[in-house]
Design a protein around this ligand. Structure first.
Ligand SMILES: *Cc1c(COP(=O)(O)O)cnc(C)c1O
Length: 353
């Protein structure tokens, strides 16, 4: 830390991204990326002409991309927002709507507490139930900016739409943000509710279900007033925050959306396969609706499984928070990757006997 850093940020605890090691080739099951490549239309869109156009600024309005999203999801152009990854949207939303405090689950996406801290927002972290579920009643009438990942991370557990609606309905004076990074893998989207509730903000991303984590593209749906607020913050920081190539890639991906939705169905199948095999090996798993599973075993600690799999070239995610230190979050990859995982876990368990 230099002596110049503002006192505001000296105690900031930054987000720790999952590792992206370069020392050797791993089977990467630690950051919930897709095992599938972007579709052919995306590959074609990032051509020589597109690269040559990089000399020009990108469209600050992202018009084509927003139009494609509006059409795909059946909403008006004014109800759509796009940004440089959904992390950017979360950041703007905390900045814009969190002044009176922010409510979110104690075990959830790690960035929520980072943003609360960054913007000097008083956090109200609600513990999960013993089975890691979220009791929706604890998020009703909060009187504060309320944030829920649905499905939640890293548990994968999803809330039904009617419970989300109760939360939104009971907080009419505050924005309720539903982070749907994983909804395409089996959750129920709150998108249909944006017509009915002007305080609902639904946040999505191209990083998981649409195989473009490296392109950095997030999107959101809400009332036109909430979208206008987010636009105001974007135009006050970086109007060109989505680069040209990413805008093109996003439009191209939406033109072949069936490909991505089919991939999500495959991930759901592989999730069922991996869960079933791990249960046979004595693991317990939460009922995940996401592209990861969340597992523990009495026979091996979370930390040890992580280390032993790493030695075998398989990366998974272990969190040190005491409440979930027994667990590991394992991204659901291709069928072959899941088979390699199961083989490796089998060996590790045998070696322990
Ligand atoms: C991955 C993830 C994000 C971030 O997505 P980006 O669009 O890559 O910034 C947001 N929320 C949750 C819950 C996530 O797991």
């Amino acid at each position: 830390m230099s002596r110049f850093l503002s006192g505001l940020y000296k105690s900031l605890e930054e987000y720790t991204p999952g590792e992206q090691p370069r020392d050797k080739k791993y089977i990467k099951l630690n950051t919930n990326e897709s095992p599938f490549c972007p579709s052919e239309a995306v590959v074609r869109a990032i051509n020589r002409a597109a690269v040559e156009d990089l000399r020009l600024y990108s469209d600050p309005e992202s018009k084509e991309l927003k139009e494609a999203l509006a059409e795909r999801y059946g909403v008006a152009f004014e109800n759509v927002y796009v940004a440089n990854g959904s992390d950017d949207i979360l950041s703007f939303a905390f900045m814009a709507f969190g002044r009176d405090g922010a409510v979110y689950p104690e075990i959830s996406y790690g960035f929520y507490s980072v943003f609360a801290n960054l913007y000097g927002i008083v956090p109200c972290e609600i513990p999960l139930e013993r089975d890691f579920s979220i009791d929706y009643k604890k998020y009703c009438n909060t009187g504060k900016f309320t944030v829920i990942a649905n499905p939640n991370a890293p548990t994968g557990i999803a809330l039904p739409l009617w419970q989300i609606e109760e939360i939104v309905k009971s907080n009419p004076e505050n924005v309720v943000l539903i982070d749907e990074a994983y909804v395409d893998f089996g959750g129920e989207s709150a998108l249909p509710l944006i017509e009915k509730y002007d305080n609902l903000l639904v946040v999505r991303t191209f990083s998981k279900s649409r195989s473009m984590a490296g392109a950095r593209l997030g999107f959101a749906f809400a009332s036109r007033e909430i979208i206008a607020d987010l636009e105001k913050l974007k135009y006050s920081t970086n109007p060109y925050n989505i680069n040209r190539l990413t805008q093109k890639a996003g439009v191209a991906a939406l033109s072949e959306d069936e490909y991505y939705m089919e991939n999500c169905r495959k991930i759901a199948e592989n999730r069922a396969f991996a869960t079933e095999e791990l249960v046979k090996l004595g693991f317990e798993a939460t009922d995940s609706k996401a592209n990861f599973i969340f597992v523990r075993s009495d026979k091996i600690s979370g930390g040890e499984l992580y280390t032993r799999l790493r030695e075998k070239g398989i990366l998974i995610r272990h969190f040190s928070k005491p409440a979930i230190a027994d667990y590991n979050r394992i991204t659901v990859g291709s069928r072959e990757e899941m088979e390699a995982l199961i083989e490796a876990v089998k060996k590790i368990m045998e070696e322990k006997l």
